[in-house]
Design a protein around this ligand. Structure first.
Ligand SMILES: NC(=O)c1ccc[n+]([C@@H]2O[C@H](COP(=O)([O-])OP(=O)(O)OC[C@H]3O[C@@H](n4cnc5c(N)ncnc54)[C@H](OP(=O)(O)O)[C@@H]3O)[C@@H](O)[C@H]2O)c1
Length: 350
């Protein structure tokens, strides 16, 4: 197989970091990570601190990366509205492709991350199971602008692309934690410290709807598969762990895993009510000698509020991905077990 030199944009995010970790011990892969920050964990990846919104910075730092074989675009910037997200997120992709991409004559493949928002999952109930061929919702949606830009650019280039649409991603990242693993872990630790049972903090209806999850490491495996698979060329794929669950069945299992009693759901506006418990978290960090990450850097209560109050099924059909040859899957309970073990082992939660 030709050598792999992979540039990961957004390498400190929940998806990008999982890919860095997954490739860490593969001697056949050269890795370049890109984000504005530096990594706070040991890695053999070469890191570049670049602001993708700054074209001059990109030209200065990314035009000489040479023989890249793959680009994985897992960067993104939230904005207060969907409309405001379009311009910066399109500019970031454009700046990357027109510097690092155009400076790499051997570039073979580009992976772009989207998500269930491509189906309008953020707007309310959407057609389920969602299929890759479903029509777009009424824009704005920066995913559409990025996809159109990439498809158009590729007409004049030699590489192919693959787009992944993960369901809710579970993994670990610091600073932009759109990730329920740390939401649940920190919420559970504070509940325990306050002598409370582990209550599902969303609505009763949200407790009972069908859900899916995807392990960030499974996405990493799929990205590596796509980079070398003819069946993945210029294709869009949904990706999930492969199983379905309702919080009503998984939550009691999480209680056992965390050794906590579980009580009936009770809606708690997490953003508002968990803000006042920062000192409890700081106390836990000191008491258990945990890594001193800032409260706001390891948990996003807003993301928790969004996920735990969704009162409609959230199902992505993944038969296309399997039909095309990627057979990875994960059991969502086992994923939690492993990820909570990781967080404990790395002294991130008690
Ligand atoms: N997390 C989920 O549940 C989920 C689910 C479905 C789809 N997705 C999609 O997957 C993609 C990646 O999401 P994610 O959750 O992994 O993102 P994330 O955790 O928020 O990470 C975003 C990454 O982008 C980097 N970044 C942001 N602005 C940058 C800039 N101006 N220049 C350079 N780097 C920049 C960040 O690092 P710095 O801050 O250091 O720059 C970080 O490494 C997004 O399109 C998202 O919509 C995510």
């Amino acid at each position: 197989m030709p050598p792999k030199r992979i540039l990961i944009a957004g390498a400190l995010g929940v998806i990008g970091r999982a890919l860095v970790d997954h490739c860490e011990n593969d001697p056949d892969i050269e890795l370049i990570g890109l984000a504005r920050r530096r990594p706070e964990f040991p890695t053999r990846a070469e890191f570049r601190s670049v602001d993708l919104l700054d074209r001059a910075d990109c030209e200065r730092q990314l035009s000489d990366l040479g023989d890249l074989s793959h680009i994985v675009y897992a960067a993104w910037q939230p904005r207060p509205s969907r409309r405001e997200e379009v311009a910066p997120n399109l500019t970031m992709l454009r700046n990357l492709m027109e510097t690092a991409g155009d400076g790499a004559p051997g570039l073979r493949h580009v992976t772009l991350l989207q998500g269930a928002k491509a189906y309008g999952s953020h707007l309310g109930p959407f057609r389920t199971p969602a299929r890759e061929t479903d029509p777009r919702h009424m824009p704005p949606n920066f995913y559409y602008d990025q996809q159109d830009y990439l498809s158009e650019l590729q007409q004049r280039r030699d590489w192919s692309w693959t787009i992944f649409r993960p369901t809710f991603v579970y993994g670990f990242a610091v600073g932009n934690p759109m990730n329920l693993t740390t939401v649940i872990a920190v919420y559970a630790a504070i509940s325990r410290e306050l002598g409370l049972p582990l209550r599902f903090p969303g609505t009763d209806a949200a407790y009972r709807v069908l859900s899916q999850a995807v392990d960030a490491t499974l996405i990493a495996k799929a990205i590596l598969w796509a980079g070398e698979s003819p069946q993945a060329r210029d294709e869009v794929f949904n990706i999930t762990n492969g199983d379905l669950f309702r919080w009503s069945s998984l939550w009691p299992q999480l209680g056992k895993l965390l050794d906590m009693a579980v009580a009936e759901p009770q809606r708690i506006p997490l953003v508002e009510q968990m803000a006042v418990h920062e000192h409890v978290w700081d106390g836990l960090v000191a008491k258990h000698g945990l890594k001193p990450y800032r409260y706001r850097d390891i948990v996003s209560w807003a993301f928790g509020d969004f996920c735990f109050n969704r009162e409609y099924d959230h199902i992505l059909d993944t038969t296309k991905l399997r039909r095309c040859g990627f057979d990875g899957c994960e059991d969502s309970y086992r994923m939690f077990e492993r990820q909570l073990g990781f967080l404990r082992e790395h002294r991130i939660i008690p």
